[in-house]
Design a protein around this ligand. Sequence first.
Ligand SMILES: [Zn+2]
Length: 118
Amino acid sequence: MINEFFQKTKLNYKRFRLRLFLRWLSKYVTIVDVVPANSTIAVVAVEDFDPKSNEVWHSLQNHSYARDVYCDECSRQTVMSNGMYKKFTHQGRIQKVICSKCLFNLLKQKTSKSLRAD
Ligand SMILES: [Zn+2]
């Protein structure tokens, strides 16, 4: 029955998976509207970006593209949404940027550290 539900539209399934991912991510990362100067922005590395993911967003603000923004850890080119890129450049690019690959490694390290501490 759940499969039938998702087979109605591919879009719903994509959105569902995205919501699940964001919920999981919000355990580690705070999703905010205003970006404080001392914060780190988590973005997708260009290699991990599928332009088709723009289909899940109705608002153009949420559409993402490869930008002239580079990860502060590994210098990979990254992807930002229109809305985020506007805020980031408007604030003078003062926030730290971390790409999806570095974030994944960082979370892996943190998770294994906290497991060892327990
Ligand atoms: Zn990186």
